[in-house]
Design a protein around this ligand. Sequence first.
Ligand SMILES: [Zn+2]
Length: 121
Amino acid sequence: MDKANYEALSARLKVLAHPERLRILDALRREPECVCHLEALLGKPQPYVSQQLRLLREAGVIRDDKQGQNVFYTICDPAVSAWLDAVLGQVDVALERRDRHERIAECTCPKCAPVTLSLAA
Ligand SMILES: [Zn+2]
């Protein structure tokens, strides 16, 4: 590994080594989530959450998938998923995907408010 690679790796680790971004990634490794859910999870305003998501996306860690009105964010780098499992512990894969979703009472995203989803469908 030459110096340039160490620098790239260091830049990548700096993107990951941030408490709110780790919290976002911990949610995303369980289930793809939309920005309004991450807003409710972090308790931060949308511009702040969007900025963190943009940094993660620009680093190639996450990607966004548009589904109807919502944009869902997913971890697209398997190395980052493996690293998260190593530092945070494995997600219980025996759970159904929807049960891995951390439901928040005051959240209005389609996964927390399934009534809205059925109305939209
Ligand atoms: Zn939600």
